[in-house]
Design a protein around this ligand. Structure first.
Ligand code: FES
Length: 103
């Protein structure tokens, strides 16, 4: 069996684009984060969308693995902060974190 090739990703982010997280349905946050990561050359960060991550009250929600860090109340500004502080510097943005898996 031929197995697919895949690059090693440093981070895998799953951004919710469900109706409660993104009522406009324009995927503006998804487009923003993908665009910024591309501009910055952060090819080792994979972003995928989810239909619902099950914690809709304080959306938009995004979870980042392998750290298991869950973010809420996202907007373009704090997504830029997550890109800089979490993806580039390796430190979660504590004021936006509402859960860390295993803690
Ligand atoms: S719609 Fe985003 S967590 Fe449910």
């Amino acid at each position: 069996m031929n197995k697919p090739d895949i690059q090693d990703y440093r981070y895998h982010a799953i951004l919710c684009c469900g109706k409660k997280c993104e009522p406009e349905g324009d995927r503006s946050l998804l487009l923003h984060i993908k665009s910024r990561l591309s501009e910055l050359g952060l090819n080792d960060v994979r972003v995928n969308r989810a239909g619902c991550l099950g914690v809709c009250e304080q959306g938009p929600i995004m979870v980042i693995y392998p750290d298991g860090v869950w973010y809420c109340d996202l907007n373009k500004g704090n997504i830029d902060q997550i890109i800089q502080q979490h993806f580039i510097e390796g430190n979660p943005v504590k004021e936006l974190v509402f859960h860390i898996s295993g803690e």
